[in-house]
Design a protein around this ligand. Structure first.
Ligand SMILES: Nc1ncnc2c1ncn2[C@@H]1O[C@H](COP(=O)(O)OP(=O)(O)OP(=O)(O)O)[C@@H](O)[C@H]1O
Ligand SMILES: [Mg+2]
Length: 453
Protein backbone atom coordinates (compact mmCIF):
# COMPACT_ATOMS: atom_id res chain seq x y z
CA UNK A 1 0.00 0.00 0.00
CA UNK A 2 1.40 3.37 -0.98
CA UNK A 3 0.29 5.25 2.16
CA UNK A 4 2.16 2.80 4.36
CA UNK A 5 5.08 4.39 6.23
CA UNK A 6 6.34 1.58 8.44
CA UNK A 7 5.55 -2.09 8.28
CA UNK A 8 6.36 -4.95 10.65
CA UNK A 9 6.26 -8.43 9.22
CA UNK A 10 6.09 -11.41 11.55
CA UNK A 11 8.27 -9.77 14.16
CA UNK A 12 9.42 -11.90 17.09
CA UNK A 13 11.58 -10.74 19.98
CA UNK A 14 13.18 -13.13 22.41
CA UNK A 15 15.41 -12.19 25.32
CA UNK A 16 17.78 -14.67 26.93
CA UNK A 17 16.68 -15.69 30.41
CA UNK A 18 19.30 -15.29 33.14
CA UNK A 19 21.44 -18.30 33.98
CA UNK A 20 21.20 -19.74 30.48
CA UNK A 21 17.65 -20.97 31.15
CA UNK A 22 16.49 -20.55 27.58
CA UNK A 23 14.63 -17.57 26.22
CA UNK A 24 11.76 -15.33 27.12
CA UNK A 25 9.45 -14.37 24.25
CA UNK A 26 8.48 -10.71 24.55
CA UNK A 27 6.86 -10.44 21.10
CA UNK A 28 5.29 -13.19 19.05
CA UNK A 29 4.44 -12.85 15.37
CA UNK A 30 3.62 -9.15 15.23
CA UNK A 31 2.58 -7.81 11.83
CA UNK A 32 1.23 -4.29 11.46
CA UNK A 33 1.62 -1.14 9.46
CA UNK A 34 1.62 2.55 10.28
CA UNK A 35 -0.16 4.52 7.60
CA UNK A 36 0.32 8.08 6.51
CA UNK A 37 -2.16 10.53 8.04
CA UNK A 38 -3.22 8.42 11.00
CA UNK A 39 -2.79 8.51 14.74
CA UNK A 40 -2.30 4.88 15.68
CA UNK A 41 -2.44 3.81 19.32
CA UNK A 42 -0.92 0.63 20.72
CA UNK A 43 -2.97 -0.27 23.76
CA UNK A 44 -1.82 -2.99 26.11
CA UNK A 45 -1.21 -3.87 29.71
CA UNK A 46 2.15 -3.50 31.35
CA UNK A 47 4.57 -6.09 29.96
CA UNK A 48 2.72 -6.75 26.70
CA UNK A 49 5.78 -5.64 24.73
CA UNK A 50 4.67 -2.17 23.59
CA UNK A 51 7.99 -0.44 24.27
CA UNK A 52 9.91 -3.37 22.85
CA UNK A 53 7.90 -3.14 19.63
CA UNK A 54 8.49 0.60 19.42
CA UNK A 55 12.22 0.16 19.93
CA UNK A 56 12.32 -2.45 17.18
CA UNK A 57 10.40 -0.21 14.77
CA UNK A 58 12.71 2.68 15.64
CA UNK A 59 15.67 0.46 14.81
CA UNK A 60 17.12 0.76 18.31
CA UNK A 61 17.09 -3.01 18.82
CA UNK A 62 16.83 -5.74 16.17
CA UNK A 63 13.97 -8.25 16.06
CA UNK A 64 14.92 -11.88 16.74
CA UNK A 65 13.15 -12.76 13.53
CA UNK A 66 10.84 -11.04 11.11
CA UNK A 67 11.38 -7.72 9.43
CA UNK A 68 10.64 -4.01 9.75
CA UNK A 69 10.34 -1.91 6.60
CA UNK A 70 10.34 1.87 6.70
CA UNK A 71 9.52 3.68 3.47
CA UNK A 72 9.84 0.26 1.83
CA UNK A 73 13.44 -0.18 3.00
CA UNK A 74 14.51 -2.75 5.61
CA UNK A 75 15.38 -1.13 8.95
CA UNK A 76 18.80 -2.29 10.05
CA UNK A 77 19.96 0.68 12.11
CA UNK A 78 18.39 3.72 13.83
CA UNK A 79 15.32 4.42 11.68
CA UNK A 80 15.71 7.94 10.18
CA UNK A 81 11.93 8.21 9.62
CA UNK A 82 11.22 8.13 13.35
CA UNK A 83 11.68 10.37 16.40
CA UNK A 84 10.61 9.35 19.87
CA UNK A 85 9.03 11.10 22.85
CA UNK A 86 9.73 9.13 26.02
CA UNK A 87 7.75 8.76 29.22
CA UNK A 88 10.66 10.02 31.28
CA UNK A 89 11.69 13.18 29.56
CA UNK A 90 15.36 12.25 29.13
CA UNK A 91 16.61 15.86 29.11
CA UNK A 92 20.25 16.70 29.74
CA UNK A 93 20.30 18.86 32.88
CA UNK A 94 23.38 20.88 31.86
CA UNK A 95 21.83 22.02 28.57
CA UNK A 96 19.23 24.76 28.09
CA UNK A 97 15.81 24.11 26.60
CA UNK A 98 17.00 25.20 23.16
CA UNK A 99 20.19 23.14 23.37
CA UNK A 100 18.20 20.08 24.45
CA UNK A 101 15.93 20.53 21.45
CA UNK A 102 18.89 20.99 19.11
CA UNK A 103 20.49 17.80 20.34
CA UNK A 104 18.53 15.45 18.09
CA UNK A 105 19.20 17.67 15.06
CA UNK A 106 22.89 17.73 15.80
CA UNK A 107 22.93 13.93 15.97
CA UNK A 108 21.38 13.88 12.50
CA UNK A 109 24.08 16.13 11.09
CA UNK A 110 21.96 19.28 10.51
CA UNK A 111 24.00 22.49 10.18
CA UNK A 112 24.00 24.99 12.98
CA UNK A 113 21.94 27.86 11.47
CA UNK A 114 19.31 25.48 10.21
CA UNK A 115 19.37 23.70 13.55
CA UNK A 116 18.68 26.81 15.58
CA UNK A 117 15.85 27.87 13.29
CA UNK A 118 14.15 24.47 13.48
CA UNK A 119 14.66 24.20 17.23
CA UNK A 120 13.15 27.67 17.78
CA UNK A 121 10.13 26.75 15.67
CA UNK A 122 9.60 23.55 17.62
CA UNK A 123 9.91 25.36 20.97
CA UNK A 124 7.27 27.79 19.73
CA UNK A 125 4.98 25.02 18.61
CA UNK A 126 4.90 23.45 22.08
CA UNK A 127 4.23 26.81 23.76
CA UNK A 128 7.63 27.25 25.41
CA UNK A 129 8.31 30.57 23.74
CA UNK A 130 10.43 32.63 26.18
CA UNK A 131 11.91 29.58 27.92
CA UNK A 132 14.62 28.87 25.35
CA UNK A 133 17.42 29.71 27.79
CA UNK A 134 15.94 27.94 30.83
CA UNK A 135 17.47 24.79 32.32
CA UNK A 136 15.46 21.61 32.94
CA UNK A 137 15.59 22.05 36.73
CA UNK A 138 13.69 25.33 36.35
CA UNK A 139 10.82 23.60 34.54
CA UNK A 140 7.75 21.77 35.81
CA UNK A 141 7.08 18.19 34.68
CA UNK A 142 4.64 19.36 32.04
CA UNK A 143 7.14 21.84 30.63
CA UNK A 144 9.87 19.20 30.58
CA UNK A 145 7.63 16.98 28.52
CA UNK A 146 6.97 19.90 26.18
CA UNK A 147 10.73 20.04 25.66
CA UNK A 148 10.67 16.29 25.01
CA UNK A 149 8.00 16.88 22.35
CA UNK A 150 9.85 19.85 20.85
CA UNK A 151 13.01 17.78 20.54
CA UNK A 152 11.13 15.17 18.52
CA UNK A 153 9.12 17.77 16.53
CA UNK A 154 12.29 19.60 15.45
CA UNK A 155 13.45 16.47 13.66
CA UNK A 156 10.26 16.54 11.58
CA UNK A 157 10.15 12.75 11.45
CA UNK A 158 7.73 10.99 9.11
CA UNK A 159 6.37 9.16 12.13
CA UNK A 160 6.38 10.48 15.68
CA UNK A 161 6.63 7.73 18.31
CA UNK A 162 5.26 8.57 21.74
CA UNK A 163 5.80 6.00 24.50
CA UNK A 164 3.34 6.79 27.30
CA UNK A 165 4.18 10.48 26.98
CA UNK A 166 1.64 11.67 29.54
CA UNK A 167 1.86 8.99 32.19
CA UNK A 168 4.54 10.69 34.30
CA UNK A 169 2.48 13.90 34.50
CA UNK A 170 -0.25 14.81 36.95
CA UNK A 171 -3.80 14.44 35.65
CA UNK A 172 -4.44 18.07 34.72
CA UNK A 173 -1.07 18.66 33.12
CA UNK A 174 -1.45 15.45 31.15
CA UNK A 175 -4.91 16.46 29.96
CA UNK A 176 -3.68 19.88 28.93
CA UNK A 177 -0.77 18.55 26.90
CA UNK A 178 -2.90 15.81 25.37
CA UNK A 179 -5.46 18.35 24.09
CA UNK A 180 -2.74 20.57 22.70
CA UNK A 181 -1.17 17.70 20.78
CA UNK A 182 -4.64 16.87 19.48
CA UNK A 183 -5.26 20.49 18.43
CA UNK A 184 -1.94 20.66 16.60
CA UNK A 185 -2.77 17.43 14.81
CA UNK A 186 -6.31 18.49 13.90
CA UNK A 187 -5.14 21.89 12.68
CA UNK A 188 -2.96 20.12 10.14
CA UNK A 189 0.33 21.76 11.09
CA UNK A 190 1.81 18.78 12.82
CA UNK A 191 5.48 18.19 12.00
CA UNK A 192 5.01 14.51 11.11
CA UNK A 193 2.74 12.45 8.86
CA UNK A 194 1.58 10.08 11.55
CA UNK A 195 1.78 9.42 15.24
CA UNK A 196 2.30 6.07 16.90
CA UNK A 197 1.20 6.40 20.50
CA UNK A 198 1.80 3.77 23.17
CA UNK A 199 -0.56 3.86 26.10
CA UNK A 200 -2.41 1.74 28.62
CA UNK A 201 -4.99 4.46 29.10
CA UNK A 202 -8.13 3.50 27.19
CA UNK A 203 -9.69 6.96 27.11
CA UNK A 204 -6.45 8.52 25.94
CA UNK A 205 -6.34 6.05 23.05
CA UNK A 206 -9.93 6.79 22.03
CA UNK A 207 -9.42 10.54 22.37
CA UNK A 208 -6.26 10.76 20.27
CA UNK A 209 -6.25 7.83 17.88
CA UNK A 210 -7.91 6.97 14.59
CA UNK A 211 -7.09 3.31 15.07
CA UNK A 212 -6.28 1.33 18.19
CA UNK A 213 -4.28 -1.89 18.06
CA UNK A 214 -4.76 -4.00 21.16
CA UNK A 215 -1.84 -6.03 22.45
CA UNK A 216 -2.09 -9.07 24.67
CA UNK A 217 0.52 -10.46 27.02
CA UNK A 218 2.53 -13.52 27.52
CA UNK A 219 3.91 -13.57 24.99
CA UNK A 220 3.24 -10.09 23.67
CA UNK A 221 1.06 -10.37 20.58
CA UNK A 222 -1.55 -8.44 18.64
CA UNK A 223 -5.12 -9.24 19.66
CA UNK A 224 -6.84 -7.12 17.04
CA UNK A 225 -7.75 -3.57 16.23
CA UNK A 226 -10.58 -1.14 16.61
CA UNK A 227 -11.16 1.82 14.29
CA UNK A 228 -12.29 4.99 16.01
CA UNK A 229 -14.86 6.21 13.56
CA UNK A 230 -15.53 9.62 15.08
CA UNK A 231 -14.98 13.00 13.51
CA UNK A 232 -12.05 14.98 14.89
CA UNK A 233 -11.70 16.28 17.53
CA UNK A 234 -13.07 13.21 19.32
CA UNK A 235 -15.69 14.47 21.70
CA UNK A 236 -15.77 12.77 25.10
CA UNK A 237 -19.43 13.62 25.63
CA UNK A 238 -20.42 11.91 22.38
CA UNK A 239 -22.36 8.71 23.15
CA UNK A 240 -20.31 6.86 20.54
CA UNK A 241 -17.11 7.87 22.31
CA UNK A 242 -18.43 6.20 25.46
CA UNK A 243 -19.47 3.12 23.48
CA UNK A 244 -15.97 2.65 22.08
CA UNK A 245 -14.41 3.18 25.51
CA UNK A 246 -16.79 0.54 26.93
CA UNK A 247 -15.92 -1.88 24.18
CA UNK A 248 -12.21 -1.46 24.81
CA UNK A 249 -12.70 -1.96 28.56
CA UNK A 250 -14.51 -5.20 27.79
CA UNK A 251 -11.66 -6.33 25.57
CA UNK A 252 -8.92 -5.26 27.96
CA UNK A 253 -10.39 -6.92 31.05
CA UNK A 254 -11.03 -10.19 29.29
CA UNK A 255 -8.01 -11.74 27.60
CA UNK A 256 -10.22 -14.27 25.82
CA UNK A 257 -12.56 -11.85 24.06
CA UNK A 258 -12.24 -12.14 20.30
CA UNK A 259 -12.01 -8.77 18.66
CA UNK A 260 -14.08 -8.38 15.55
CA UNK A 261 -12.60 -5.80 13.27
CA UNK A 262 -14.53 -2.68 12.43
CA UNK A 263 -14.52 -1.07 9.01
CA UNK A 264 -12.42 -2.56 6.25
CA UNK A 265 -9.51 -3.86 8.27
CA UNK A 266 -9.56 -7.53 9.17
CA UNK A 267 -8.86 -8.57 12.75
CA UNK A 268 -5.47 -10.01 13.52
CA UNK A 269 -5.80 -12.77 16.04
CA UNK A 270 -3.05 -14.87 17.47
CA UNK A 271 -3.41 -15.68 21.16
CA UNK A 272 -1.74 -18.99 21.81
CA UNK A 273 -3.54 -21.26 24.26
CA UNK A 274 -1.64 -21.57 27.54
CA UNK A 275 -0.36 -25.06 28.13
CA UNK A 276 1.14 -24.95 31.60
CA UNK A 277 -0.84 -23.46 34.49
CA UNK A 278 2.37 -21.56 35.27
CA UNK A 279 2.24 -19.81 31.89
CA UNK A 280 -1.01 -18.00 32.66
CA UNK A 281 -0.06 -14.80 34.50
CA UNK A 282 -1.88 -13.82 37.68
CA UNK A 283 -2.86 -10.16 37.85
CA UNK A 284 -0.91 -8.55 40.68
CA UNK A 285 -3.67 -7.58 43.07
CA UNK A 286 -4.41 -8.39 46.72
CA UNK A 287 -7.44 -10.49 47.64
CA UNK A 288 -8.44 -7.56 49.90
CA UNK A 289 -8.40 -5.29 46.86
CA UNK A 290 -10.66 -7.62 44.89
CA UNK A 291 -13.01 -7.84 47.85
CA UNK A 292 -12.98 -4.04 48.30
CA UNK A 293 -13.90 -3.43 44.68
CA UNK A 294 -16.69 -6.03 44.79
CA UNK A 295 -18.09 -4.47 47.97
CA UNK A 296 -18.13 -1.10 46.30
CA UNK A 297 -20.01 -2.58 43.36
CA UNK A 298 -22.44 -4.40 45.66
CA UNK A 299 -23.10 -1.25 47.73
CA UNK A 300 -23.82 0.62 44.58
CA UNK A 301 -27.02 -1.42 44.40
CA UNK A 302 -27.51 -1.38 40.66
CA UNK A 303 -27.07 -4.65 38.82
CA UNK A 304 -24.35 -3.28 36.60
CA UNK A 305 -21.85 -0.47 36.64
CA UNK A 306 -20.11 1.19 33.76
CA UNK A 307 -16.42 0.33 33.93
CA UNK A 308 -15.36 3.80 32.86
CA UNK A 309 -17.36 5.28 35.77
CA UNK A 310 -15.80 2.81 38.12
CA UNK A 311 -12.36 4.02 37.13
CA UNK A 312 -13.48 7.55 38.05
CA UNK A 313 -14.89 6.49 41.41
CA UNK A 314 -11.90 4.52 42.62
CA UNK A 315 -8.75 6.50 43.10
CA UNK A 316 -6.51 3.93 41.44
CA UNK A 317 -4.80 3.89 38.08
CA UNK A 318 -6.56 2.44 35.05
CA UNK A 319 -3.99 -0.34 34.93
CA UNK A 320 -4.67 -1.31 38.56
CA UNK A 321 -8.42 -1.27 37.93
CA UNK A 322 -7.97 -3.51 34.90
CA UNK A 323 -5.93 -5.93 37.02
CA UNK A 324 -8.64 -6.00 39.71
CA UNK A 325 -11.34 -6.59 37.11
CA UNK A 326 -9.30 -9.27 35.40
CA UNK A 327 -8.89 -11.07 38.74
CA UNK A 328 -12.62 -10.73 39.51
CA UNK A 329 -13.59 -12.06 36.08
CA UNK A 330 -11.14 -14.96 36.19
CA UNK A 331 -12.49 -15.99 39.62
CA UNK A 332 -16.04 -15.73 38.26
CA UNK A 333 -16.96 -13.00 40.77
CA UNK A 334 -17.92 -10.65 37.96
CA UNK A 335 -18.73 -10.56 34.28
CA UNK A 336 -17.98 -7.81 31.85
CA UNK A 337 -20.00 -7.14 28.72
CA UNK A 338 -20.37 -3.98 26.67
CA UNK A 339 -18.19 -2.10 29.13
CA UNK A 340 -20.47 -2.88 32.07
CA UNK A 341 -19.36 -4.96 35.00
CA UNK A 342 -21.95 -7.17 36.70
CA UNK A 343 -21.45 -9.15 39.91
CA UNK A 344 -22.20 -12.86 39.67
CA UNK A 345 -24.12 -14.61 42.46
CA UNK A 346 -20.78 -15.86 43.80
CA UNK A 347 -19.36 -12.34 43.59
CA UNK A 348 -22.28 -10.98 45.59
CA UNK A 349 -21.88 -13.70 48.19
CA UNK A 350 -18.16 -12.94 48.45
CA UNK A 351 -18.78 -9.21 48.82
CA UNK A 352 -21.34 -9.78 51.58
CA UNK A 353 -19.43 -12.52 53.42
CA UNK A 354 -17.77 -12.54 56.80
CA UNK A 355 -13.98 -12.93 56.79
CA UNK A 356 -14.09 -16.70 57.29
CA UNK A 357 -16.83 -17.49 54.80
CA UNK A 358 -15.15 -15.08 52.36
CA UNK A 359 -11.99 -17.16 52.59
CA UNK A 360 -13.97 -20.30 51.87
CA UNK A 361 -15.60 -18.79 48.80
CA UNK A 362 -12.25 -17.48 47.60
CA UNK A 363 -10.67 -20.91 48.09
CA UNK A 364 -13.41 -22.67 46.16
CA UNK A 365 -13.13 -20.23 43.25
CA UNK A 366 -9.32 -20.43 43.20
CA UNK A 367 -9.39 -24.20 42.96
CA UNK A 368 -12.14 -24.29 40.37
CA UNK A 369 -11.19 -21.38 38.16
CA UNK A 370 -7.40 -20.97 38.30
CA UNK A 371 -5.56 -24.14 37.33
CA UNK A 372 -2.36 -22.91 38.96
CA UNK A 373 -3.76 -23.33 42.47
CA UNK A 374 -5.13 -26.78 41.84
CA UNK A 375 -1.73 -27.71 40.46
CA UNK A 376 0.22 -26.32 43.43
CA UNK A 377 -2.10 -27.94 45.96
CA UNK A 378 -1.91 -31.34 44.23
CA UNK A 379 1.86 -31.11 44.17
CA UNK A 380 1.98 -30.35 47.90
CA UNK A 381 -0.57 -33.07 48.67
CA UNK A 382 1.64 -35.53 46.87
CA UNK A 383 4.43 -34.94 49.40
CA UNK A 384 4.43 -36.76 52.72
CA UNK A 385 5.03 -33.65 54.80
CA UNK A 386 2.92 -31.40 52.55
CA UNK A 387 5.90 -29.17 51.64
CA UNK A 388 7.88 -28.51 48.50
CA UNK A 389 10.93 -26.33 47.90
CA UNK A 390 10.07 -22.90 46.51
CA UNK A 391 12.79 -23.22 43.84
CA UNK A 392 10.79 -26.00 42.25
CA UNK A 393 7.89 -23.61 41.60
CA UNK A 394 10.08 -20.64 40.70
CA UNK A 395 11.75 -22.75 38.01
CA UNK A 396 8.33 -23.43 36.50
CA UNK A 397 7.50 -19.70 36.38
CA UNK A 398 10.99 -18.94 35.10
CA UNK A 399 10.17 -20.85 31.94
CA UNK A 400 7.54 -18.30 31.02
CA UNK A 401 8.58 -15.03 32.67
CA UNK A 402 11.71 -12.95 33.16
CA UNK A 403 13.21 -13.49 36.63
CA UNK A 404 11.68 -10.43 38.30
CA UNK A 405 8.22 -11.22 36.96
CA UNK A 406 8.55 -14.90 37.93
CA UNK A 407 9.27 -13.71 41.48
CA UNK A 408 6.22 -11.43 41.41
CA UNK A 409 4.02 -14.25 40.10
CA UNK A 410 5.25 -16.37 43.00
CA UNK A 411 4.53 -13.60 45.51
CA UNK A 412 1.03 -13.04 44.18
CA UNK A 413 0.29 -16.78 44.21
CA UNK A 414 1.49 -17.00 47.82
CA UNK A 415 -0.63 -14.01 48.77
CA UNK A 416 -3.77 -15.53 47.23
CA UNK A 417 -2.97 -19.03 48.52
CA UNK A 418 -2.44 -17.71 52.05
CA UNK A 419 -5.69 -15.73 52.01
CA UNK A 420 -7.55 -18.83 50.78
CA UNK A 421 -5.81 -20.89 53.48
CA UNK A 422 -4.53 -23.30 50.86
CA UNK A 423 -0.80 -23.01 51.50
CA UNK A 424 1.81 -20.86 53.23
CA UNK A 425 5.29 -19.74 52.37
CA UNK A 426 7.81 -20.75 55.01
CA UNK A 427 10.66 -18.36 54.31
CA UNK A 428 12.98 -19.95 56.89
CA UNK A 429 12.79 -23.36 55.28
CA UNK A 430 12.36 -21.99 51.78
CA UNK A 431 9.27 -24.15 51.19
CA UNK A 432 5.60 -23.87 50.37
CA UNK A 433 3.56 -25.73 52.96
CA UNK A 434 0.01 -26.99 52.64
CA UNK A 435 -2.28 -25.15 55.06
CA UNK A 436 -3.37 -27.27 58.02
CA UNK A 437 -7.02 -27.39 56.99
CA UNK A 438 -6.15 -28.37 53.41
CA UNK A 439 -3.65 -30.94 54.70
CA UNK A 440 -6.39 -32.30 56.99
CA UNK A 441 -8.83 -32.67 54.10
CA UNK A 442 -6.18 -34.38 52.02
CA UNK A 443 -5.50 -36.90 54.78
CA UNK A 444 -9.14 -37.89 55.11
CA UNK A 445 -9.04 -39.33 51.64
CA UNK A 446 -5.54 -40.77 51.63
CA UNK A 447 -4.92 -42.29 55.06
CA UNK A 448 -6.42 -45.56 56.22
CA UNK A 449 -8.98 -45.25 59.02
CA UNK A 450 -7.27 -45.27 62.41
CA UNK A 451 -7.44 -48.62 64.20
CA UNK A 452 -9.81 -48.69 67.13
CA UNK A 453 -8.09 -49.01 70.46
N1 LIG B 1 16.28 -6.04 27.50
C1 LIG B 1 15.41 -6.93 28.01
N2 LIG B 1 15.84 -8.10 28.53
C2 LIG B 1 14.95 -9.00 29.03
N3 LIG B 1 13.63 -8.82 29.07
C3 LIG B 1 13.15 -7.66 28.58
C4 LIG B 1 14.00 -6.65 28.03
N4 LIG B 1 13.23 -5.61 27.62
C5 LIG B 1 11.95 -5.96 27.90
N5 LIG B 1 11.91 -7.18 28.47
C6 LIG B 1 10.70 -7.89 28.90
O1 LIG B 1 9.80 -7.92 27.81
C7 LIG B 1 8.46 -7.74 28.25
C8 LIG B 1 7.83 -6.59 27.52
O2 LIG B 1 8.44 -5.40 27.99
P1 LIG B 1 8.02 -3.95 27.47
O3 LIG B 1 8.81 -2.97 28.23
O4 LIG B 1 8.12 -3.92 26.00
O5 LIG B 1 6.48 -3.92 27.90
P2 LIG B 1 5.47 -2.68 27.87
O6 LIG B 1 4.23 -3.19 27.23
O7 LIG B 1 6.13 -1.50 27.29
O8 LIG B 1 5.18 -2.48 29.42
P3 LIG B 1 4.93 -1.10 30.23
O9 LIG B 1 3.47 -0.76 29.99
O10 LIG B 1 5.15 -1.51 31.66
O11 LIG B 1 5.87 -0.07 29.73
C9 LIG B 1 8.53 -7.53 29.75
O12 LIG B 1 8.23 -8.75 30.38
C10 LIG B 1 9.96 -7.14 29.99
O13 LIG B 1 10.39 -7.53 31.27
MG1 LIG C 1 6.65 0.36 28.04
Amino acid sequence: MSDELIRCEHVYKRFPLPGGKGEFTALSDVSLSVRSGEVLALLGRSGSGKSTLLRIMAGLIPPSSGEVLSGGEPVTDANPDVAMVFQTFALLPWLTVLENVELGLEARGIRRTNRVRRALNAVDLVGLDGFEGAYPRELSGGMKQRVGCARAFAIEPKVLFMDEPFSALDVLTAENLRSEIDQLWNAGNFPSKSILLVTHNIEEAVFLADRVIIMGSNPGHLRGEVNIELSRPHNRSDARFAEIVDRLYTIMTNPDVTIAATGETPAVLGAAPHKSPFAQPLPHVRPGGISGMLQLLAEHGAQTEDVAHLSDRLSITADDLLSLLEAAVSLKFAEIADGDVTLTTTGRAFAASSIQSGKEIFRKQLLECVRLFDSIVRTLEGKKDGTMRVDFFLDLWDEYFPAAEAQRQFETAVDWGRFAELFEYDSLEGVLRLHESTAGEAKIGTLPAPAKP
